[in-house]
Design a binder for this molecule. Structure first.
Ligand code: F6R
Length: 609
């Protein structure tokens, strides 16, 4: 959730770190800070403040923060309010640290180490810093101090550490929360995600759990927690720096919605061979798809919504029973899982702690695990037996758009593959299915070209306090996601309901101030849904309809707005309706003058339970 950036080399660290922190701001952003080692004074100078990185930049300009080695942080408050004191870095004795994650036993540690009266903040991080300082004073050996301190911590962490008397070196250690590092022409750096590093390097290494990373100006060394050296392995960054810029769009969200045709192609094409689904690209053999009788899909938020689409499709095409369970529930439930169960986890970031914990639990219970992940080398990918990487490229806007669409696309490939290997679909039927799937990028393109028309729907909801969304079948899954999107970026309360359910209570809330959006794309359910539209219309609702082209709708002018989606077979309509719903959310937030890419209270990567 928070962002970490560190640099040591021959350039002014302040500028490099602040630039990296700006790139990481989307992860969490209620305060920011930097600590730079100054060789003349032989100490680390700290500058931190609440608010955006630009506040930090202004403050840092006025201070003497010269030096070529330093660490920085953007904070999303967990322990302790949003104050300058609680921002990172924290310093205790000769040690300065930044921290992502949560140290659950920090209160016990504060009392055990007798430092309660010396603390300047309310954070778990300052306590952790004191523990590092205690062991550094005791052993004057950074590796031993890290080892000893880490043994005291209960919780999750990614720490970057600099010691006052070890100039030019940055240490890092992690459990769950990610750290990546890279060499550049003028030094070395580390960060909590690739977005910051990709500004400077094309290759990176991932710090493993309970490994220690040591950055010097010209080298990166890796050790296990006891200080034994490990081999460093670098991976290529598979997207260019341009991919993480707005490319002329006012917001990343609009850019990312518009990138969906490309993202879909990039995800689908490597996995289609001779017109059929093929997972050799992911090194998954065909036998794997016959090795289970039941599937569990687990994820959070938007990623879970893609899983719900996957459930419907897999059960329909491949007749394999699928259960879906939100990861934070899955980990405390008692799911019936064994070696004939496949647990599919879905995650854009690959770092969501609930999803990661669910994968670990599934493995412990003996299940096979498959991750559908966007970011390479991340914790969920590493914890899974197999990974299907969605090739959406970096997603910067907090609200997920293109990552969702490609997750859905992977489920289409999986469903077709399962149906094929289990003999429930002929090769010919499968080829037809895949051909339609391959036509989705151009169907989506039509909606993107039509965005001004979709924008008109937003103008009807911009003043609303509550919005309801109704759908049946696949449309219900689409509006679950559309409704979440609207809530998170526009702050308008929105509720998605199976259209038939509205009469069983919620219709009491419908009045002439309530916009109701109906997604009507499933031919066999259309008549029933149109009846539901009439029910809410007769209670005064502002009725807005997203409808598959070709479905008959009498007296179209009676509705407040009807937007026609390009026609495709019913089971493929999810793609275009999703894009229309994403635009509705986006334009509503835009018209309300909100910071669309960084909705309040939200962070892109959720690494706390
Ligand atoms: C909403 C959104 C979140 C994420 C959820 C899981 O737009 O982005 O609901 O989908 O936090 O995140 P990942 O996919 O990174 O595991």
């Amino acid at each position: 959730m928070c962002g970490i950036m560190g640099y040591t080399g021959s350039k002014e660290a302040k500028y490099i770190i602040i630039k990296g922190l700006s790139a990481l701001e989307y992860r969490g952003y209620d305060s920011a800070g930097i600590g730079i080692y100054n060789s003349d004074e032989d100490k680390v100078n700290i500058c931190k403040c609440i608010g955006k990185v630009k506040n930090l930049k202004e403050k840092a300009e006025k201070l003497n923060l010269t030096g070529t080695c330093g660490i920085g942080h953007t904070r999303w408050a967990t322990h302790g309010g949003v104050t300058d004191e609680n921002a990172h870095p924290h310093k205790f004795g000769r040690v300065t640290i930044t921290h992502n994650g949560i140290i659950e036993n920090y209160e016990e540690l504060a009392s055990e180490f007798g430092i309660e009266d010396e603390l300047k903040s309310q954070t778990d991080t300052e306590v952790a810093c004191a523990v590092f300082a205690h062991y550094y004073d005791k052993y004057t050996d950074p590796m031993k101090a890290i080892y000893k301190a880490v043994k005291c911590f209960r919780g999750t962490f990614a720490f970057t550490i600099i010691f006052d008397d070890i100039p030019g070196k940055i240490y890092a250690v992690r459990n769950v929360s990610p750290i990546v590092a890279a060499k550049t022409e003028h030094g070395t750096m580390l960060a909590s995600d690739l977005t910051a590093i990709s500004l400077y390097a094309r290759e990176y290494l991932v710090l493993g759990e309970y490994q220690i990373l040591v950055l010097s100006p010209d080298d990166i060394e890796l050790f296990d927690i006891k200080g034994n050296p490990l081999v460093t392995e670098y991976q290529k960054i598979d997207w260019d720096t341009e991919a993480a810029t707005k490319k002329g769009f006012p917001f990343f969200m609009e850019k990312e919605i518009s990138e969906q045709p490309e993202a879909l192609k990039n995800t689908l094409e490597p996995r289609i061979k001779d017109g059929l689904p093929d997972f050799t690209y992911d090194e998954i053999p065909d036998e794997f798809f016959k090795s289970f009788d039941k599937i569990f899909i687990t994820a959070c938020g938007t990623a879970m919504h893609s899983g719900q689409v996957g459930k419907g499709l897999i059960e329909k095409l491949a007749k394999v029973p699928v259960e879906t369970e939100i990861a934070s529930e899955f980990i405390y439930d008692e799911p019936i899982i064994d070696s004939r169960t496949l647990v599919v986890s879905v995650s854009q970031s690959g770092e969501t702690i609930d999803t990661l914990t669910a994968v670990k639990k599934a493995s412990e219970l003996g299940a096979k695990t498959l991750g559908i992940v966007n970011v390479h080398g991340t914790s969920i990918a590493r914890a899974s037996d197999h990974v299907v990487y969605t090739n959406a490229g970096p997603e910067i806007a907090v609200a997920s758009t293109k990552a969702y669409t490609v997750q859905v696309a992977v489920f289409y490939l999986l469903a077709a593959k399962l149906a094929l290997v289990r003999g429930l679909m002929s090769e010919e039927e499968c080829r037809e299915f895949i051909k339609t799937l391959q036509s989705m990028p151009s169907a989506i393109r039509k909606v993107i070209n039509d965005k001004d028309e979709v924008h008109r729907i937003s103008t009807k909801i911009v003043e609303a306090k509550n919005v309801f969304m109704l759908g049946r079948g696949l449309d219900y899954y689409a509006i679950l996601e559309g409704s979440l999107k609207l809530k998170e970026v526009s702050y308008i309360h929105s509720e998605a309901l199976p259209a038939g359910e509205i009469k069983h209570g919620t219709i009491a809330l419908i009045s002439d101030e309530t916009p109701v959006i109906l997604s009507i794309t499933q031919e066999k359910l259309a008549a029933k849904e149109i009846s539901n539209a009439k029910e809410v219309k007769s209670r005064g609702a502002i009725v807005l309809i997203l409808m598959k082209d070709g479905i008959e709708l009498e007296n179209e002018s009676q509705w407040d707005k009807v937007y026609r989606l390009p026609a495709a077979p019913d089971e493929f309509m999810i793609f275009t309706v999703t894009v229309a719903l994403q635009f509705i959310a986006y334009f509503t937030a835009l018209d309300l003058g909100l910071d669309v890419d960084k909705p309040r209270n939200l962070a892109k990567v959720v690494t706390v339970e």
